[in-house]
Design a protein around this ligand. Structure first.
Ligand code: FMN
Length: 199
């Protein structure tokens, strides 16, 4: 059992995993590009099938022209709180890759899975730097393609990520203030099965 960040795990997991969470209130402070690149570098060290590294990160730091370009990709709800984040990342995956020894690109079974592994590493590295990363699929997919000039084929828009230092929750509307707390998890026995699938 580990207790940290108002969470209790059943087994002795490292506090790192409990300390990562998804705040909506951020401090609104500027983030150094080197810190953001450190976080993306961690994502880039994720494992992937055949080391194909299908993740792509398009990022913007607050108070820059790039922020104004990427911010409208978020839906209205996510814009309402992510406006105090320090950086936004749009996570894409490349859908096809050439296996070793082949020059022909074929559909990857795991491009999204691999990009998800990168997201996990990003969230943990952000937390290690005193920041938090909040994933979002509440995004305008068509707008993302248009704004970032992503071709129709070959890349999947996976998610957006808001990164920043957690801030004062009173900046959020009442209904979000009540949700601004690290969430629990269902019992491990409901998701981990010894030898037979049980839903
Ligand atoms: C792929 C993904 C998409 C998500 N989309 C949104 C979103 O659009 N808006 C939002 O406020 N939170 C979003 N979340 C945050 C989840 O609600 C949150 O991770 C979950 O409730 C668990 O809470 P925790 O991250 O604090 O442990 C998303 C998280 C993930 C991983």
């Amino acid at each position: 059992m580990t207790e940290s960040n108002h969470r209790i795990s059943e087994y002795d997991v490292d506090p790192l995993f409990l300390n990562r969470w998804s705040p909506r209130a951020f401090s609104g402070e500027a983030l150094d590009e080197q810190a953001l690149l450190t976080i993306l570098d961690a994502g880039h060290w994720a494992p992937s099938a055949f080391n194909s590294q299908p993740w792509r990160f398009v990022y913007a730091l607050r108070d820059t022209p790039e922020w104004d370009k990427l911010f409208p990709i978020l839906n209205d709800f996510n814009q309402s709180w992510a406006k105090t984040a320090s950086a936004i990342v749009i996570l894409l995956s490349k859908t096809h890759f050439a296996a070793p020894g082949s020059s022909e690109e074929k559909l990857s079974y795991s491009h999204s899975f691999d990009a998800g592994a990168a997201w996990g590493a990003i969230a943990l590295q952000a937390q290690l730097l005193g920041l938090q990363a909040h994933g979002m699929t509440g995004i305008h997919l068509d707008k993302a393609r248009e704004i970032l000039a992503i071709p129709e084929d070959g890349f999947r828009v996976e998610a957006a990520i808001a990164i920043g230092r957690p801030g004062d929750k009173t900046q959020l509307p009442d209904h979000l203030q009540g949700r601004e707390t690290p969430s629990p998890r269902r019992p491990l026995a409901q998701v981990a099965f010894n030898g037979s699938f049980a839903g």
